[in-house]
Write a protein that binds this ligand. Structure first.
Ligand SMILES: [Zn+2]
Length: 415
């Protein structure tokens, strides 16, 4: 099916990464940075040129488009989704992508900052990329494979399906979002307008990766109320809330339940911010676990631990506020097992081993899943994301395109 197809993902990718689309966590605008629209507008225009009549960007920088069905069957509407923004952690201005053809396992020194060296010993996935064409940035910026790889691959799928009409598929929606990296990727999404039944985000790492699980996440804010008095006359009166906060942080387990001491499927309690004066001190925590009941356990543990720390000061009190942040998308995906199952089959048809993974974080897919669009995450090939050493293989990108075309076909076959 792909023998004579001139893949366009890499060519598109090299153009898209040169457009600065960094999002801004401190902005209250939507999108948080206007420059994200430069890419979104271009994508809408390119989709239109392919013959996708309804492709457009809305006022918030979201791109919506429909690849019409070409089958008589009633096929559920699926959506391919990627984000246009790049992470605020690392500059995305003047990205100069470099193609390293036929990689042979050597160190890749980035020319604009020769201290930036991509080594197989530090990035073992490179072992699987011998003979591939690898794209990196030039040393001063991130590359933006997260998630312009997903964007370019979806664009190529659109190009493929619009030019290969013999491949049967149902209605396929395309969605490009801004601001994923600052947690606002779904803030202004219009799922009614999108009109999809199931979705797939293209924002994963190595070829074959299929992610159907994220953390479940809560925030906890603890406010400690101390007792204030003039420091010159404070003997046996003053109880300093900041010092109690110090005791609380010190009492947190050191060899477990923290991000520094956990991996895999273990969750954690993590203080992220502290602010206070002697009278009153606030500690913000994030709580993470793959099981939502596990969140509750960790919160109970934290509350009990704080109560015990505070108990020795009868005049001190504390508030404990829990805010729900997001939930493990597996809770939704398990109700629709075929969504993940078809993705697994599509990866296999593309000739790759499936690698089921759990994300130790949240994705737009987890939010979309709970908003009514069950949405696992598929590999896009991106590696060493949010860093100057970010890289991607052209061959992995093309495999992601193949996977999506197979996926579209599988949905049609099974309907
Ligand atoms: Zn991403």
């Amino acid at each position: 099916m792909f023998e004579n197809y001139p893949f366009t993902a890499a060519e598109r990718f090299l153009r898209y990464v040169q457009i600065d689309t960094q999002s801004d966590p401190l902005s209250s605008l939507q999108p948080t940075t206007a420059k994200q629209k430069d890419l979104s507008q271009l994508l809408a225009e390119e989709l239109k040129k392919m013959g996708i009549a309804d492709a457009h960007m809305d006022e918030f920088g979201y791109v919506y488009a429909t690849i019409p069905s070409n089958t008589d069957k009633q096929v559920p509407v699926i959506c391919f989704c990627a984000h246009v923004d790049t992470a605020p952690d690392c500059s995305g201005t003047n990205v100069k992508p470099l193609v390293h053809s036929n990689y042979q396992g050597h160190d890749i020194v980035l020319p604009d900052d020769r201290t930036q060296v991509l080594r197989m010993s530090e990035y073992p996935y490179l072992q699987k990329l011998i003979g591939h064409d690898i794209i990196t940035a030039s040393g001063n910026t991130l590359l933006g494979a997260d998630d312009k790889a997903g964007v370019a691959e979806i664009m190529d799928v659109a190009n493929f399906l619009m030019t290969n009409k013999k491949v049967k598929h149902g209605t396929i929606k395309i969605l490009f979002t801004p601001d994923e990296e600052v947690g606002k990727g779904t803030a202004k999404v219009d799922l009614k307008k999108l009109g999809a039944d199931f979705g797939y985000t293209l924002d994963g790492g190595e070829a074959g990766a299929l992610e159907d699980e994220t953390f479940s996440a809560d925030g906890v804010q603890v406010v400690i109320h101390g007792v204030i008095s003039h420091p010159g006359y404070a003997k046996n009166k003053m109880i300093n809330a900041m010092k109690i906060a110090g005791h609380i942080l010190d009492a947190l387990p050191k060899d477990r339940l923290s991000p520094e001491s956990t991996e895999g499927r273990r969750g954690f309690i993590h203080p992220v911010r502290i602010e206070g004066v002697a009278e009153r001190c606030t500690i913000d925590f994030i709580i993470r676990d793959f099981e939502t009941p596990g969140l509750q356990k960790k919160e109970d543990f934290l509350r009990t631990m704080i109560a015990e720390t505070v108990r020795i000061y009868p005049k001190v009190s504390f508030d404990f506020h829990v805010t729900e942040q997001y939930r493990n998308m597996k809770e939704v995906l398990d109700l629709h097992p075929h969504v993940v199952d078809y993705a697994r089959q599509a990866i296999e048809r593309a000739g790759i081993l499936v690698k089921m993974e759990s994300i130790r974080g949240g994705t737009d897919g987890s939010r979309l899943s709970f908003m009514g669009l069950p949405c696992p995450n598929l590999f896009a090939g991106e590696q060493a994301i949010h860093s100057k050493l970010e890289f991607i293989s052209v061959q992995d990108m093309n495999k992601a395109v193949e996977m999506m075309v197979h996926l579209a076909q599988i949905w049609e076959e099974k309907s």
